[in-house]
Design a protein around this ligand. Structure first.
Ligand code: DQA
Length: 143
C-alpha cells in the first residue's frame, strides 16, 4: 500500500524552527523515521514537504487519483486553507492529520483546523512520534 506523508509550510525547517515547540528532530530525520517505519510495516511511503500551496494541492489530487492513504501535516494552512480542505475531501482512502505540537494548548488561532472535519482522524501534541503512530494506524487498518 502506498502512503503519502505530506508536510506544509515551514516544516522543512524542523530541527532549528522553535525547538521548544517542535523539538530538535530535523526534517531529514523525520523523512528517515517515516521511511524506516514504512519499511517495517511493508508500506510504500512517499514523504514530501512544500511551502507552496498549489504544490500540496497537486500532491493531494495525485493521492486522490491513486486512491492512496495520506498522513498530512498541513502546518499553518490547517487554520485557514479551504483549498487544502477541499482537496482533502477528494481523497478516497483514509487521511490522518498530524500536528507535532498540541494546537489546542497554543494561541487561539491555532485551535481550529479546517481540515479536521474531513480527516479520518487527528493526532496532535505527540511530537514527531505522531507520524509513526499514523503510519501504524494506516497499516493496521489496511490489514
Ligand atoms: C503545526 C501547528 C501549526 O499551528 C503550525 O502553523 C505549524 C506546525 C504542528 O505540527 O504542530 O507549522 O502543524
Amino acid at each position: 500500500m502506498r502512503v503519502y506523508v505530506l508536510n506544509g509550510p515551514n516544516l522543512g525547517r524542523l530541527g532549528t524552527r522553535q525547538p521548544e515547540v517542535y523539538g530538535t528532530t530535523t526534517y531529514a530525520d523525520l523523512v528517515e523515521l517515516c521511511q524506516r517505519t514504512g519499511r517495517e510495516l511493508g508500506l510504500e511511503v512517499v514523504v514530501r514537504q512544500t511551502d507552496a500551496e498549489h504544490e500540496l494541492l497537486g500532491w493531494l489530487h495525485e493521492a486522490a487519483d491513486l486512491g492512496a492513504a495520506v498522513v498530512l501535516n498541513p502546518a499553518a494552512w490547517s487554520h485557514y486553507s479551504v483549498a487544502v480542505r477541499d482537496a482533502c475531501a477528494l481523497l478516497r482512502a483514509p487521511l490522518v492529520e498530524v500536528h507535532i505540537s498540541n494546537i489546542h494548548a497554543r494561541e487561539p488561532f491555532r485551535h481550529q483546523s479546517v481540515v479536521s472535519a474531513v480527516a479520518t482522524g487527528v493526532i496532535c501534541g505527540l511530537g514527531v512520534d505522531g507520524y509513526r503512530l499514523a503510519l501504524h494506524h494506516l497499516a493496521a487498518r489496511h490489514r
